[in-house]
Ligand binder design. Structure first.
Ligand code: GUN
Length: 293
């Protein structure tokens, strides 16, 4: 069994990015600039955004954090997005999700200039990815593809099962895995809450990407010996032995599943660090090699 070390891989990639940024700035060019809009004070979102700002520092990027309270109107957010779209010193920006219920998330995403949509959530970026055109690819699936590539996981002709059909992870993951590319070229099955025989489908999988948000869902009896398991789950579960009172638990029963696998990602330290790293790759691309310019 090989443990796919996302933390180590992400650190390596961030060093590669920092070297590129140092070379850019040495030539008198401006460093990439990422802005993040954070609405409210949700603990998870605060942590994610803080980690994104920290990663910008590690890569030599400039970052801006723009905060609004929970009662912000959609109109105010749209105005801020317009301002960021027009600000030539900002290469890319994100609006941290989820947003309060009174705000229509799709309206917000559609307002972002696709050339600055480093989250890859805009329908134009989603469409470009699905037909294999250059654009920004959603960070979690892009990070998983990097891990498959860097660990030399054979994907061609394999049966990949994606658990979950979210717009952020499941759907783009399935699209990338089926793309005629390397990594890619998989036969893909997407399972979701209305799939009746998930266990049997998983038993036939060479690769499982678990993105359901159900801790420990993938058990050893669902895994074919020699499979590759990618765990996207990051649910906070109570842990009285920790000072914080909680720990992160993935969608995979790691203790029992790991010994059956050829490759497996841990939680934490697997997909999570790679997600932020992909956002950094997208931001560098927005600055240096923007597919829209
Ligand atoms: N919420 C959970 N994941 C993400 C992400 O990748 N980007 C944004 N903007 N919000 C998120």
């Amino acid at each position: 069994m090989t443990l796919i070390d996302g933390k180590k891989t992400a650190a390596e990639i961030k060093q590669e990015i920092a070297a590129e940024v140092a070379a850019m700035t040495a030539q008198g060019e401006r460093a990439p600039h990422l802005a993040a809009i954070l609405v409210g004070h949700d603990g998870g979102s605060e942590t994610y955004v803080a980690n994104k700002v920290k990663a910008c520092g590690e890569c030599g990027f400039t970052s801006s954090l723009i905060r609004f309270e929970d009662d912000v109107t959609e109109e105010t957010l749209l105005k801020e997005i317009k301002r960021l779209n027009e600000d030539e010193t900002i290469d890319g920006f994100i609006v941290q999700l989820p947003l309060p219920r009174h705000i229509n998330e799709q309206n917000i995403i559609r307002a972002i200039d696709p050339a600055k949509d480093v989250d890859g959530f805009h329908p134009i970026n989603v469409g470009r990815m699905s037909i294999g055109l250059p654009g920004f690819v959603s960070a979690t699936p892009a990070g998983i593809m990097q891990l498959l590539k860097r660990y030399g996981v054979e994907t061609k002709g394999k049966h990949a099962v994606v658990l979950g059909r979210s717009n952020i992870v499941g759907k783009p993951m399935a699209t990338l895995l089926m793309q005629k590319a390397n990594p890619g070229n998989c036969t893909v099955t997407v399972c979701h809450s209305a799939t009746p025989n998930i266990k049997e489908i998983c038993r036939n999988a060479d690769i499982i990407v678990a993105a359901l948000g159900q801790p420990g869902f993938v058990t050893a009896d669902m895994v074919k010996p020699g499979a590759t398991i990618i765990d996207v789950g990051t649910t906070r579960v109570a842990d009285p032995t920790r000072k914080s009172g909680w720990r992160l638990r993935g969608d995979v029963d790691f203790e029992n599943v790991a010994e059956k696998c050829e490759f497996i990602t841990p939680v934490p330290g697997g997909v999570g660090p790679m997600t932020i790293c992909s956002l950094m790759i997208n931001t560098l691309q927005a600055r240096k090699d923007n597919p829209y310019k």
